[in-house]
Design a binder for this molecule. Structure first.
Ligand code: NAP
Ligand code: SF4
Length: 674
C-alpha cells in the first residue's frame, strides 16, 4: 500500500498476527455516563459507531466492572453474566458494520470506588473517596481474578475484538503493584515479585480462557506520579512479565487519579509524557501505545515517526471530533474540531455524575438526541455576534440549508474566546476559532466584519439571532477612571501593558487567567520547564517518577495581588478537575490572595482597601478589573420593540453563565431547531 503523503506513520497498518489494525490510532477509554443510563447502551452503540465510521483503528470502551465491588459508583456498569453481555451486542455489531474494531475495558476501581462495597489489597482509604476499603482475603483475590476472566470471556461472546485490562491510574490492579497501597504479607504482597502476581495471573488466565485470537491490551502505569510508586526497573520487569503472560499490546498509563501533578489539562504541553513510553519501549518487544495531550494528527505523526511508540491513544479528541482520523486521512487538518483539553464538559461532568459531552462539540454522547434535519424551506437568518454562540449557531443552521449573514463588530471572529487563547497554556483555544472560521467559510456564510448592524437592516431577515455577548462589568470605586486601571480585555489583548506591581480586582475564572497571564515567563523548553515545575523525574529512577526534593516554584518578575470582597476559598468556581491546578499555579507564582476586602478608592498612590477595621494602600502600578460581565442586550430590546422574529443566546442571554460550554450548546441547539 502506498504511504500517506502527510502522515505516513499514522496510516501504516499494525499487524497483530491474527488481525490487523488499519492505522495507528486508538480511541482511548472514556467513561461517558451513558453506561448507566436507561437505554444507554443503544446510545453508546451510536456513539461508538460514529467514531468507527470516522476511521479510528481501534476503540476501547469506558471501564466495565468485573463484579460489584469493582463498581466505580453504586450500580455502575458491570459485566458478570450472559444477560449483561447480550446487551453489549448492539455495540459490537454497529462498530463492526461501520468497519471498526472495539475492545472492552475491564476496570476494577478498588479503593477508588465511591460506594460501601469497596475492596483493596490493604484497608487503606484513598484521598479521593470517603469509603474505606476492606482488604481482600486470599480467597477474595482468587475470586477477583476469576471475575476478570469471566468478564473477558463474556465480552468475547458479546463480539468484542478484545479487552483492555485497566492496570493503571491507581485502580485495583495498580493498588496491588504499588507499595503505597499494598501492605499485605501473604503471597500477593511484600516483595515486588509478589505484588505483580495479581496482574500477571489476570493476563495469563484471560489469555488461556479467550484463546490466541483475542486482543489483550494491558494498561500499565509507567509513571505513577505518587510517592512510593514503581521505579523504572520495576515497570520494565512488569512489562516483560505481562508480555510473557500473553498480552497483545501494552498501553501507557500516566499518573494515579490521586496524584497532584497535572497530566491531561490544557496547560500540560502537547505530548508531554510520550518520553515515558519511549523509555520503556526500548526494553519490550510487543507494540506499545503512548498517550496524554496528543490532540492532532501532526503531534501524533511526530511521536510515531520518532519511534516513541507504535500507536497513539487519543480519547477526548474523539469527543471533540468523531471524524478526526478520516479528516487527517483526507489531509483536511483545518476541518478537525480540536479538543482543547479543558475538561469542562467531559471529565467535569463525569465527576459530577452527569453524562459526558464536549465543550466544542455538544453533540458528543447526544448523537441520537441532537440530530440535524435538512430544511425544506431555507430562511434568511441574521446572526449578531461572532463569538462561540453565534458561530456554532451559524454553522448548524448553514449545514441544514439556511442562509446566514453573520455580523461582527470587531475585525476578527471569536469574541471572548479569543482572549482565552492568549492565556499561557490555553493556546489550543485558538484552534477552535480557526475551526469554526474554516467551517463557516466552507458552508457559505456571508460574513460582515467591523459591522454595526442597524435595526432597519435587520428587518429584511426571516429570523434574527442575537449572540452579541457581554461587556466587562463597570465597578464603582472612587477614582476608577485613574490611568492605573486596566480592563481585562485591554490587558489580555495587548492593548495595554501592566507594570511590575499589579492588583487584580475579582477572583473568578478570569481573575485566575489574568494572574497566570501576568506571572508567566516564556520558556525555551516548555516540556522541561513543566517537569521542573511539578517535580517530575525525567530519569524515571525515583519511585513513582517524582523527584524526592519536590516541585519548584516559578520564577516571577511581578508582584501580584488577587482580591475579592467575599469570604471563602479562592478559586471555588473553577472547574472540578482543573481548579486545583490553577490554584497551585497561583501559589507557585507567589500571588498574594486577600479576601473580605472593601475597595475604598484608587489614586496615583495605588488601590486603597479596607479589611475589617484595617485600612491599607496597595502601592501598585496597575489595577486590573476582572469583576465579571454584563449582557449586551440593546439590539435584542430593539428587535422586540420592532416585533421582529428574534432569539437570544450565549452571554447576551445570561452573562452570569458566560462560558463557552453553554454558549456553544445553546448555539448548536438553536441551529438544529430553527
Ligand atoms: P466571575 O466568575 O463571576 O467572577 C467575578 C469576580 O469579580 C468575583 O470574584 C467577584 O468577587 C468579583 N466582583 C463581582 N462584582 C464585583 C464588583 N461590582 N466589584 C468588585 N468585584 C466584583 O466572573 P469571571 O471571572 O469574569 O468569569 C466569568 C465566567 O468565565 C465564569 O463563570 C467561568 O465559567 C468562565 N471562565 C472560567 C475559567 C476557568 O475555569 N479557568 C477561566 C475563565 C473564564 P467578589 O464579589 O467576592 O468581590
Ligand atoms: Fe476536550 Fe474540553 Fe471537549 Fe473535554 S470538553 S473533549 S477536554 S474540548
Amino acid at each position: 500500500m502506498e504511504k500517506h503523503a502527510l502522515y505516513p506513520n499514522l496510516f501504516e497498518p499494525l499487524d497483530l498476527g491474527f488481525t490487523q489494525l488499519k492505522n495507528r490510532v486508538l480511541m482511548g477509554s472514556m467513561h461517558t455516563g451513558l453506561e448507566e443510563e436507561k437505554e444507554g447502551l443503544k446510545k453508546m452503540a451510536v456513539f461508538y459507531e460514529e467514531r468507527a465510521r470516522g476511521g479510528v483503528g481501534l476503540i476501547v470502551t469506558g471501564g466495565i466492572a468485573p463484579n460489584r465491588s469493582g463498581w466505580v459508583a453504586p450500580f455502575s456498569s458491570r459485566m458478570s453474566n450472559k444477560r449483561h453481555a447480550k446487551k453489549h451486542k448492539i455495540i459490537t455489531e454497529k462498530v463492526h458494520k461501520a468497519g471498526g474494531k472495539i475492545c472492552m475495558q475491564i476496570l476494577h476501581s478498588g479503593r477508588y470506588g465511591y460506594h460501601p462495597l469497596v475492596v483493596a489489597p490493604s484497608a487503606i482509604k484513598s484521598p479521593i473517596s470517603p469509603f474505606k476499603p476492606r482488604a481482600l482475603s486470599q480467597r477474595g483475590v482468587m475470586n477477583t481474578i476469576a471475575d476478570f476472566v469471566n468478564t473477558a470471556k463474556l465480552s468475547q461472546s458479546a463480539g468484542y475484538d478484545g479487552v483492555e485490562i485497566m492496570g493503571s491510574e491507581g485502580y485495583l490492579i495498580n493498588q496491588f503493584i504499588a507499595q503505597h497501597t499494598n501492605k499485605r504479607n501473604d503471597q500477593w504482597g511484600g516483595s515486588f515479585e509478589n505484588r505483580i502476581k495479581f496482574p500477571i495471573e489476570i493476563v495469563k488466565e484471560i489469555r488461556k480462557a479467550t484463546g490466541p485470537n483475542f486482543i489483550i491490551i494491558y494498561r500499565l502505569s509507567m509513571i505513577d506520579l505518587i510517592e512510593n510508586g514503581s521505579t523504572k526497573e520495576e515497570v520494565v520487569i512488569l512489562g516483560k512479565e505481562i508480555e510473557k503472560a500473553g498480552a497483545t499490546i501494552i498501553n501507557t498509563g500516566i499518573g494515579w487519579h490521586e496524584a497532584r501533578i497535572p497530566t491531561i489539562a490544557t496547560m500540560v504541553p502537547k505530548a508531554a509524557f510520550t518520553w515515558v513510553t519511549e523509555t520503556i519501549k526500548k526494553e519490550l518487544s510487543i507494540p506499545l501505545i503512548t498517550t496524554n495531550r496528543i490532540n492532532d494528527p501532526e503531534t501524533a505523526e511526530k511521536v510515531l515517526s520518532t519511534g516513541q511508540a507504535d500507536m497513539v491513544s487519543m480519547a477526548r479528541p474523539f469527543l471533540a471530533d468523531p471524524e478526526l482520523v478520516n479528516k487527517a486521512f483526507e489531509s483536511k487538518k483545518d476541518e478537525i474540531n480540536i479538543c482543547i483539553a479543558c475538561n469542562q464538559a467531559c471529565l467535569d461532568h463525569v465527576f459530577k455524575q452527569k453524562r459526558a459531552t464536549c465543550l466544542v462539540n455538544p453533540k458528543a454522547c447526544y448523537e441520537t438526541e441532537l440530530t440535524a434535519q435538512t430544511v425544506n424551506k431555507s430562511k434568511r437568518i441574521a446572526v449578531i455576534g461572532a463569538g462561540m454562540a453565534g458561530m456554532s449557531f451559524s454553522l448548524e443552521a448553514l449545514k441544514r440549508g439556511h442562509s446566514v449573514d453573520l455580523f461582527e463588530k470587531e475585525s476578527t471572529l471569536g469574541g471572548q474566546f479569543k482572549l482565552a487563547g492568549r492565556i499561557p497554556g490555553k493556546e489550543d483555544f485558538k484552534d477552535s476559532i480557526k475551526y469554526f472560521e474554516r467551517m463557516l467559510d466552507k458552508n457559505g456564510v456571508t460574513l460582515h466584519l467591523n459591522s454595526n448592524v442597524s435595526i432597519e437592516e435587520l428587518k429584511e431577515f426571516d429570523e434574527i439571532v442575537i449572540a452579541s455577548g457581554v461587556s466587562p462589568r463597570n465597578v464603582i470605586i472612587p477614582g476608577i477612571e485613574n490611568q492605573k486601571v486596566i480592563s481585562y480585555p485591554d490587558l489580555i489583548s495587548g492593548k495595554r501593558k501592566a507594570g511590575n506591581k499589579v492588583a487584580i480586582i475579582g477572583a473568578g475564572g478570569i481573575g485566575y487567567d489574568v494572574a497566570e497571564f501576568l506571572t508567566h515567563l516564556k520558556s525555551n523548553n516548555e516540556k522541561q520547564e513543566f517537569q521542573a515545575l511539578w517535580g517530575i523525574d525525567a530519569s524515571l529512577e525515583s519511585p513513582g517518577g517524582v523527584l524526592p526534593d519536590g516541585a519548584k516554584n516559578m520564577k516571577v518578575n511581578r508582584e501580584v495581588y488577587m482580591l475579592k470582597r467575599s469570604l471563602g476559598k479562592f478559586g471555588s468556581s473553577l472547574g472540578k478537575t482543573t481548579g486545583w491546578i490553577h490554584r497551585q499555579m497561583i501559589k507557585k507564582a507567589h500571588v498574594n490572595l486577600i479576601q473580605g476586602i472593601e475597595y475604598e478608592k484608587i489614586d496615583d498612590e495605588g488601590l486603597h482597601i479596607r479589611t475589617g477595621k484595617k485600612r491599607h494602600c496597595l502601592k501598585v502600578d496597575n489595577i486590573i478589573i476582572c469583576a465579571g460581565q454584563v449582557s449586551n442586550t440593546s439590539l435584542y430590546d430593539e428587535c422586540i420593540n420592532a416585533e421582529l422574529n428574534v432569539h437570544i443566546i450565549g452571554g447576551a442571554k445570561k452573562a452570569s453563565e458566560l462560558d463557552a460550554k453553554s454558549a456553544i450548546r445553546e448555539g448548536t441547539e438553536l441551529g438544529l431547531s430553527i
